[in-house]
Design a protein around this ligand. Sequence first.
Ligand code: S3P
Length: 173
Amino acid sequence: MKRNNIVLIGFMGAGKTTIGRWISQNADMTYLDTDEYIENMQGRTIQEIFTQKDEAYFRDLETETLQKLSGSLNFCVLSAGGGMPVREENRILMKQIGVVVYLRTSEEELVRRLDGDEKRPMLKGAVLKDRIHELMLAREQAYLDGADVVIDTTGKEADSIYNEIEDFINKNF
Ligand code: S3P
């Protein structure tokens, strides 16, 4: 039921969790986070998966998660891990699941929000600003390709972001 579900994509720190939780509380939808789903399924944290296994193993778990979820969600806001849209297969699955919203955030804002983050393995071992720039260069096209609609989040509160999403769905689906 594509129209009934919303899939939030975007870079780490784009606000997928905050916006997703806000929507679920205010629009009577359930909230699901692919990272939490994977952690529960694996019985270990994302950081542990990256250190005990590797990134490729985690990426396979992400695809497996979308395969399991597709077809079973209704009135759900799904927050997708920041790297999820990189695989074409994932982009197709997410578009089948729901209306895919790319929460776009400037690199400057991402640097501010992610400064001091200890939980995200993809940000380790490099200068934060450079790492964000490098990953954004590699990913932005995938975010754009994967999205039904792009919403710039800079300076906006959750309610106005949700209103934009709702308007888009009402006009297009
Ligand atoms: C990742 C983003 C994280 C999580 C993992 C990898 C990425 O999710 O899936 O650490 O590659 O961008 P958030 O976008 O929710 O932080």
